[in-house]
Structures are given as structure tokens and as C-alpha cells.
Design a protein around this ligand. Structure first.
Ligand SMILES: *Cc1c(COP(=O)(O)O)cnc(C)c1O
Length: 455
């Protein structure tokens, strides 16, 4: 077998013209989003302070295809279509009969899949006359993606960055500032939500849930400011389907079709982006495909969380969505895949998991980094810590092929590169990465605090 690099690149002219909306093909629709006060389904007017109308309409859309606006496609062309690789050297290193393909989203200017939604979100906001967007960021990948989009469309970006990451990741902050964004360590004194947290705990290291509360409060209280979220919401998952739409064509170029698709899940957007177009084809009578979501054992919303209505943030400012959740007050232990530290899972991914259409597995961080290092040494690309979860999932699938002698085709999403995360590799090589389990007592307490909603 040759181990020459094989890369499938679509011509720019074959960039998808539509995003794919899985809701059109589901056997049952996802449960409604509820207003936290009335517990009645939210209407577009409830969301209007936070999002421009086009995005609200996409949030509740039921049509199968939604056109990608030309100005968005023009910017996508900076890095899209992204390459699909056949991981021949990894296959050889594993001595597996499996064929392993990966879609590489790290070629975007911000280094991950997140600009796929940051660009259209900024575009629709610009169209609606938004002057400023407030958002949160954990590890900094979403913040840098929205900062990039803000600079391209001339929108001010205010980013509430989880305080511990703000201090641990100075280069991510520098990247956001290079694109012209303002970066504030969260919890901050700028918002009531932040001040309340600091009054109770002056040493708070922050969390994604707290930072979301701050950004939502800023957007809700200022007329010229909207809010943007980098994962979880239906419109975010929709924008990410450009990944899977390209992958379907590229797999055809390779004369192959996946038997199994693997992606990591934080809020679920890169997973949905790759998997939903293939799942939709299956739901419409196309080829069968297994779909595996990989999450960290330290923040296991899909494998250990409860499927229940919960808030998206810590202060309870967001609508209630039914999702796999660890409880909005759950604080995951410190681990290195910052982008996978969210307490909940996308409602659409959760619904599809409940329907039995996808599987989920959880891995510990040291085995995940071992997989990422093996991948880097075989394929040359150093993955983001989040993406290492997908690499680990794909390697385990390939080893299963070796055990049962089946030459299955595996497709996984390499959601980003790890160039801003080298400290976590340094810690891994120094033996400093610990497999800390979340605290069962804390989880029980967070789950006990879930809002009471009758089914
Ligand atoms: C943010 C991020 C993730 C996790 O977010 P999802 O919405 O689950 O995709 C995964 N990988 C990378 C590189 C990220 O930046």
C-alpha cells in the first residue's frame, strides 16, 4: 500500500450554495424552546433583543435547504472548500484494514470550524444595522472567529473571556485584539451578572455559563448591540453543514462513502456540521452510516447528563431548551480541551441522540492526547485538544476494524489545529495532565437544581 499523501480538494466553484437543515428530514420535530418566565414556547419577539430577524427565522426554519448569501460565500472562499485527506500514514501506523478520511477545518484564518458560522452571523447582523456584538469565549476559538468576522464586516466585537483562559491564553487574546475586538476577563464588573458572581466569590475563575450571562445581559440592555453564540443553537449547526456538504462531494471524488462518522462534541456544532448532511441522506433512504459523538469524560453531557429543560447560562437569563445537560451550575474540573467545557449539548444533537440516530462515547484527556500525538507524527498536523477527541474515536474505530478484519471506511472531523494550545502539549509531555473525574456530588447537586418543567 502506498502511503503517499492523498488530498481531495473541491474547486472553489463547487463551494456549496446551500446549508442543510436536518429538521426537514427528522421523524419527529425537536421539543419547543420555552420562555423562562412563562414556560410557554418562545416566539420570535422574545429573541428579537438578542438576534437579527434572519437568524431567528433560521432558528425555527423547517425547509431543507437555505441559500448561503453571496457575500458569505465570497468570504468562505478565503479558506473553503477545506481539504479532505485520506490518512494513509495513520492507517499504516495502526496496521488497520480501515480506510480513514478526515476533513480538515484548521485551514480557516482562526484555525477552526467556527468562522463557518461567525461569518454569516456577522453578515446578517450587518444587514440588520447592528453596530456591536457581545459574545463569550472559553478557550478563545469562538472569540477569535467572531473577531475575524467583525473586522471583515465592520462590526464592533465585545468578548467576555472566561477569566482562567484570559490569563492562560495570552496569544488567543492577542489574536482577537489583532482583529480589533475588545476582550474582557469574565466575571467582570461591567455587568450585574458578573458583579453578583464576584460579590459571592471574588476569586471566581469564570465559566462559559457566566460569560454567556454577561454577554446576553449586555446585548439585552443596549439597543445597538446584539448577541452571538458559537455553538449549540440551530442556526449555528445549520451554518456548519457546509462541512458535510463539501465532504459528501469529496468522498465521491475518492470513490468512497463512510461506514462510520466521528466528531468531537462541545456544544455539538462541528459534529452536526459534518454528520447531519450524511444523516439526512440516510433518513431520506440513502446509505446507512453509524455516527459517533466523542466527548471528554470530565464533562460528559451526552453520556452522563440528563435529557431535560435547562438554561444555557449560569444566571438563568436564556430561554429553556431541552437538551442533555449536566446542570447550568455544573463546573467541570480543569482540563485542557477548553472548547468542550460546556454544561449542555445542542438541542438538535440531543434530540437525535434520544431518537437513537447517533451514539456517544467519552474519553479521558491523557488517552486523547496520546491519540493526538500519534496522529501528528503520522499525518503532520498537530490537532487542537478538542479535535484530539475525534482522533481518538477514529483510531478506536480503526482498531476495531483490525480486530474483526473488516475494511470499513471511517470519516472524522479534524475541527482545528493546536498551534495556540501548545501549553497543553507541553503539560502532556511533562506528565502533568491528570485524568480528573468530575465530582459526582457536584453533578447530583447541579442536576437537582434543574428548572422544574412539566413534560
Ligand atoms: C469550539 C471547538 C470545538 C467544540 O465546539 P462544537 O460546537 O462542539 O464543535 C471543537 N473543536 C474546536 C477546534 C473548537 O474550536
Amino acid at each position: 500500500m502506498s502511503d503517499a499523501t492523498v488530498k481531495y480538494l473541491l474547486p472553489e466553484t463547487d463551494l456549496p450554495t446551500d446549508w442543510y437543515n436536518i429538521v426537514a428530514d427528522l421523524p419527529t420535530p425537536p421539543p419547543p424552546v420555552l420562555h423562562p418566565g412563562t414556560l410557554k414556547p418562545v416566539g420570535p419577539a422574545d429573541l428579537a433583543p438578542l438576534f437579527p430577524e434572519t437568524l431567528i427565522l433560521q432558528e425555527v426554519a423547517t425547509e431543507r435547504r437555505i441559500e448561503i448569501p453571496q457575500p458569505v460565500r465570497d468570504i468562505y472562499r478565503l479558506w473553503r472548500p477545506t481539504p479532505l485527506y485520506r490518512a494513509r500514514r495513520l492507517e499504516r501506523a495502526l496496521d488497520t484494514p480501515a480506510r480513514i478520511f478526515y476533513k480538515y477545518e484548521g485551514v480557516s484564518p482562526a484555525g477552526s470550524h467556527k468562522p463557518n458560522t461567525a461569518i454569516p452571523q456577522a453578515f446578517y447582523n450587518k444587514e440588520a444595522g447592528t453596530r456591536r456584538i457581545a459574545t463569550e469565549t472559553g478557550a478563545g476559538q469562538w472569540g477569535s472567529s467572531l473577531a475575524l468576522a467583525g473586522s471583515l464586516f465592520g462590526i464592533e466585537i465585545d468578548i467576555y473571556m472566561v477569566k482562567v483562559s484570559y490569563h492562560q491564553k495570552p496569544y488567543r487574546r492577542a489574536l482577537m485584539e489583532s482583529y480589533g475586538a475588545r476582550c474582557v476577563p469574565s466575571p467582570s464588573l461591567e455587568t450585574a451578572a458578573g458583579r453578583a458572581i464576584l460579590a459571592a466569590n471574588p476569586d471566581s475563575r469564570g465559566s462559559l455559563g457566566i460569560a454567556i450571562s454577561e454577554a446576553v445581559e449586555m446585548a439585552a440592555s443596549r439597543d445597538d448591540t446584539k448577541y452571538a453564540l458559537g455553538s449549540v443553537l440551530n442556526h449555528v449547526l445549520l451554518h456548519q453543514t457546509v462541512i458535510g456538504e463539501e465532504a459528501i462531494d469529496q468522498m465521491a471524488m475518492a470513490d468512497a462513502y463512510p461506514d462510520v462518522i466521528v466528531a468531537c462534541t462541545g456544544g455539538g456544532s462541528n459534529f452536526a456540521g459534518l454528520a447531519f448532511p450524511f444523516l439526512g441522506a440516510k433518513l431520506r433512504g440513502g446509505p446507512d452510516v453509524r455516527i459517533v459523538a466523542v466527548e471528554p469524560a470530565a464533562c460528559p453531557s451526552l453520556t452522563r447528563g440528563r435529557y431535560a429543560y435547562d438554561f444555557g447560562d449560569t444566571a438563568g437569563l436564556t430561554p429553556l431548551t431541552k437538551m442533555h445537560t449536566l446542570g447550568s451550575t455544573f463546573m467541570p474540573p480543569g482540563f485542557h480541551a477548553g472548547g468542550l467545557r460546556y454544561h449542555g449539548m445542542a438541542p438538535l444533537v440531543s434530540h437525535i441522540k434520544e431518537l437513537g440516530l447517533v451514539e456517544a462515547v467519552a474519553y479521558r484527556q491523557t488517552e486523547v492526547f496520546a491519540a493526538g500525538v500519534q496522529f501528528a507524527r503520522a499525518e503532520g498536523i498537530v490537532p487542537a485538544p478538542e479535535a484530539n477527541h475525534a482522533v481518538k474515536g477514529a483510531i478506536d474505530e480503526a482498531l476495531r476494524c483490525k480486530a474483526d478484519g473488516q475494511a470499513r471506511t471511517i470519516l472524522f472531523n479534524l475541527s482545528g489545529h493546536g498551534h495556540f494550545d501548545m501549553q497543553s502539549y507541553t503539560d502532556y509531555f511533562a506528565g502533568k495532565l491528570e485524568d480528573i473525574d468530575y465530582d459526582e456530588g457536584d453533578l447530583a447537586q447541579a442536576l437537582a437544581g434543574l428548572p422544574k418543567v412539566a413534560d
